[in-house]
Design a binder for this molecule. Structure first.
Ligand code: PBG
Length: 321
């Protein structure tokens, strides 16, 4: 086996998996105000950005080689229904319009969910202390149409209600957005790795947890069923989330489906890399690139990652292991 490992050139020639900046999607948190770039303490290098700063950051990211971003919003006000999510003047709607005007070629993906918009922090409307599935579908459809109207290129529902892909597809088609694709967070697990995101997006549930709608981390076969339902309902792309602790799930979905497959390298995965690197316990660049490569090797075509710009810059400099 060592004959083909002898030199860097031979290793490059037989390398099975490659990372490319085209495959990376950078998540961004848009907040109210102007000139705001507020650091997220548990995610060094990540900021809550006002619309103008979001445009500035995206311009720099494009300079690094990034071709697509996913937006999360911190609304001015929250209510029980999360109505700011479907306001034509909502924070993400404004960011999408500004981005499409400034950087028309940048692919702007939008997260569709209510946890950032509801006063209780759950991903849908409540009936008692439970999230009401079908009442939430109506609102997700409104949020999706509103974001498509603002010019979003891809709609990415992350709420984990049953039937959401069908409901969103139907609403988009009826509103004249038949060409807007859906990236489904098909297998999204109820994960402790989302901790830092909830600081960034200010979306920690006020009571309880998300285990009645997000998946049980123990269930791999169920992930295939979730994805099959989303494919039937009209998903154009699938996603597994988190990424590294669920490489087996990525691999299972890769074998079952031919749709483009994404993986979300989430906030906790990023925070662990940063924390260990700060202490000098790992070589950040190496471990980050190895993590992303492993996610690709497991079968993901696309990676949503807070490391996107760092990785793109390394790739532009000719990074190889
Ligand atoms: C929900 C959503 C979450 C993330 C992306 N979309 C949080 C959650 O479900 O609690 C987490 C992403 C990350 O941790 O980086 N809108």
């Amino acid at each position: 086996m060592r004959r083909l490992r002898r030199t860097p050139a031979l290793r490059r020639m037989v390398r099975e998996t490659k990372l490319a900046a085209d495959d990376l999607i950078l998540p961004l948190f848009v907040c109210p105000g102007e000139g705001v770039a507020k650091a997220v303490s548990s995610m060094p290098g990540v900021f809550q950005l006002s619309v103008d700063k979001t445009v500035e950051t995206c311009r720099e990211a494009v300079g690094d080689g990034i071709g697509s971003v996913i937006l999360f919003g911190l609304p001015e006000a929250k209510d029980a229904e999360g109505s700011a999510a479907w306001s034509a003047d909502g924070i993400v709607q404004r960011a999408v319009r500004a981005l499409k005007a400034a950087l028309p070629d940048l692919v702007v993906v939008v997260d569709v969910c209510f946890c950032e918009y509801t006063s209780h922090g759950h991903c849908g409307v409540l009936k008692g202390h439970e999230v009401d599935n079908d009442a939430t579908l109506v609102k997700l459809a409104k949020q999706s149409v509103s974001l498509a109207e603002a010019g979003a290129d891809v709609i990415a529902p992350s709420d984990m209600m049953d039937g959401r892909i069908g409901a969103v597809r139907e609403a988009l088609d009826e509103a004249g957005f038949g060409e807007t694709p859906i990236l489904s967070y098909a297998a999204k697990f109820a994960s402790g790795f989302y901790g830092p995101f909830r600081e960034a997006a200010e979306s920690t549930p006020a009571f309880g947890d998300r285990r009645s709608y997000q998946m049980d981390p123990a269930n791999g076969r169920e992930a295939v069923r979730e994805a099959a339902l989303d494919v039937d309902e009209g998903a154009d792309m699938l996603m597994v989330k988190p990424a590294l602790p669920y490489l087996d799930v990525i691999s299972a979905l890769r074998y079952e489906f031919d749709l483009p497959l994404g993986a979300y390298h989430v906030s906790g995965e990023y925070a662990m890399l940063k924390a260990a690197a700060e202490r000098g316990w790992i070589d950040y660049d190496r471990v980050m690139m190895e993590s992303l490569l492993s996610i690709r090797r497991a079968g993901a075509d696309l990676i949503l990652t807070y490391c996107a710009r760092e990785a793109a810059r390394l790739l532009a400099k000719g990074w190889t292991e």
